[in-house]
Design a protein. Structure first.
Length: 63
C-alpha cells in the first residue's frame, strides 16, 4: 500500500459521506437527531459493526 491508495480511500469516504446530506438534507438532519437520543453503548456497537464489515470487505477485495 502506498500514500496514493490511502488518500484515494479517504477521498472516497468523503464522497460517500457527502452523498446523503446532499440528496436529502432534511432526512439527514432527522437521522442525526435520532442518533443524539441513542445511548452511547448502542452507537459504539453500531460503530464496531461498521468497522468489522469494512475490514472484512477490505480483506475480501484486496485479498
Amino acid at each position: 500500500m502506498n500514500w496514493v491508495d490511502l488518500l484515494s480511500a479517504l477521498a472516497l469516504v468523503l464522497v460517500i459521506e457527502g452523498v446523503i446530506p446532499f440528496i436529502s438534507p432534511k432526512g439527514y438532519k432527522s437521522t442525526m437527531q435520532q442518533l443524539i437520543t441513542m445511548p452511547d453503548s448502542t452507537l459504539r456497537y453500531i460503530g464496531f459493526g461498521l468497522v468489522v464489515v469494512g475490514v472484512v470487505s477490505l480483506y475480501l477485495v484486496r485479498g
